[in-house]
Design a protein around this ligand. Structure first.
Ligand code: AMP
Length: 409
């Protein structure tokens, strides 16, 4: 059995990992840690959930601790770029726990919160800076930070950076770092623009590719309800009253929709929080913390806000509406069945969403099971001009079975 110490990880880090209950390196850690310790650039093709944060953070921390260089005023030794605020906070929390036995200064800069505390944190210089691109560029423009002392650069979720329009910002930031640096880039997919970026910023990278722990079709039970738009709300409340729905993420396509759904659930005496990009950073963090601690067992989120979020024990993902992009479906349902657990994903599909469903099924090469309390109640084929009934074999009612278990909440 491979251990962290057999990969060359030093004792204070091994101790911190043991305290996190990381008994054994994950496949990406096994490959990436020795490569990074040896000084190579790294291209990691991996998703959240594979252990990629520790794969880059552990060797990075070890190298920083081993060379006792000072970053200098407003300087940074290792820069980690993340596409979303939530991911940046998550990385910062992981790094804090991995480095608990090391004397390293870290700071996080992200948009949506006050800039002055960030300026103060950067002034003496930091060993590790975790940043979202927009706020970092603001701080660079104001000369509150410089990147001349950067020896290590990590670009996390490069494909998400592209989706969110950050690739130019990344290039600008990278151009401000010294050429003689070690660079690691992670991406779950490889769109052309990311491939070009890789060619420009990595030098002879070691390529480490890990398949997602399991494809969704293997670990996640997936169901679709055909339901008219107006009946979605009642169906949602009905499902959520089932105690088996213990920790649930509900996805909405729009911010407005997320707020509306959360409001309706609260009115129905269900404890729900909304998470979307229109909320302040502190409100987003509060919503996420309530969900994580179980104070609010239901989180209604938009796709962007939910990127990279790692909350364990999500029993169900409900797609209140279907995403336009099939990749987002895969990403959404991946919030359940984390770390090898099983999970259930339920999608609501109204007459106007049949094309999206077809695209998703094509992408997954998998036909999603159809369920419904009674088809008449939840889906009116006569009202659906785009029906394509033959594709779906009638399926046994599944959630109907939980009627006996359903108690008034
Ligand atoms: P990541 O892909 O970095 O977001 O990590 C996904 C989850 O796996 C996080 O909750 C980590 O704390 C956890 N994790 C990472 N590495 C290990 C490991 N070697 N053993 C057990 N859990 C791990």
């Amino acid at each position: 059995m491979t251990s962290f110490s057999s990969l060359g990880v030093a004792e204070p880090l091994c101790r911190a990992l043991a305290a996190e209950n990381y008994t054994q390196p994950t496949p990406i850690q096994e490959k990436a840690i020795p490569a990074i310790l040896a000084g190579n650039d790294l291209l990691g093709i991996a998703q959240t959930g594979t252990g990629k944060t520790a794969a880059f953070a552990v060797p990075l921390l070890q190298k920083l601790a081993a060379s006792n260089v000072q970053p200098g005023q407003r300087g940074v030794r290792a820069l980690i770029l993340a596409p979303t605020r939530e991911l940046a906070v998550q990385i910062a929390q992981s790094i804090k726990s991995y480095s608990r036995h090391l004397k390293l200064r870290q700071a996080t800069v992200l948009g949506g919160v006050k800039i002055n505390p960030q300026i103060a944190a950067l002034r003496p210089g930091v060993d590790i800076l975790i940043a979202t691109p927009g706020r970092l560029l603001d701080l660079l423009k104001q000369n509150q930070v410089h990147l001349n002392a950067v020896t290590t650069l990590v670009v996390d979720e490069a494909d998400r950076m592209l989706d969110m329009g950050f690739i130019r910002d990344i290039r600008r930031i990278v151009s401000l770092t010294p050429k003689a640096r070690q660079t690691m880039l992670f991406s779950a997919t490889m769109p052309a623009e990311v491939a070009v970026l890789i060619g420009d910023i990595l030098k002879n990278p070691e390529r480490v590719e890990v398949a997602p722990q399991a494809t969704p079709a293997e670990l996640i039970e997936q169901y679709v309800h055909f339901v008219n738009t107006t009946a979605k709300r009642d169906l949602l409340v009905k499902l959520l009253r089932d105690p088996a729905f213990a920790r649930v993420m509900v996805f909405s396509r729009t911010k407005h929709g997320a707020d509306r759904i959360a409001g309706q659930l609260v009115k129905a005496n269900l404890n729900a929080e909304a998470l979307h990009g229109g909320k302040s950073q502190s409100a987003r963090q509060r919503a996420l913390d309530s969900f994580r601690t179980g104070k609010a067992p239901i989180l209604v989120a938009t796709d962007i806000a939910a990127r990279g979020i790692d909350v364990s024990g999500v029993t169900h993902v409900i797609n209140f509406d279907l995403p336009n992009v099939p990749e987002d479906y895969v990403h959404r349902i991946g919030r359940t069945a984390r770390a090898g657990a099983t999970g259930i994903a339920i999608s609501f599909c109204d007459g106007g969403e049949r094309n999206q469903l077809r695209d998703i099924e094509r992408k997954m090469r998998f036909k999603i099971n159809v369920v419904g309390e009674t088809p008449q109640e939840t889906y009116n084929p006569a009202a659906d001009t785009r029906q394509d009934e033959r594709r779906f074999a009638p399926k046994k009612r599944r959630f109907g079975q939980s009627n006996q278990r359903r108690r008034a909440a």
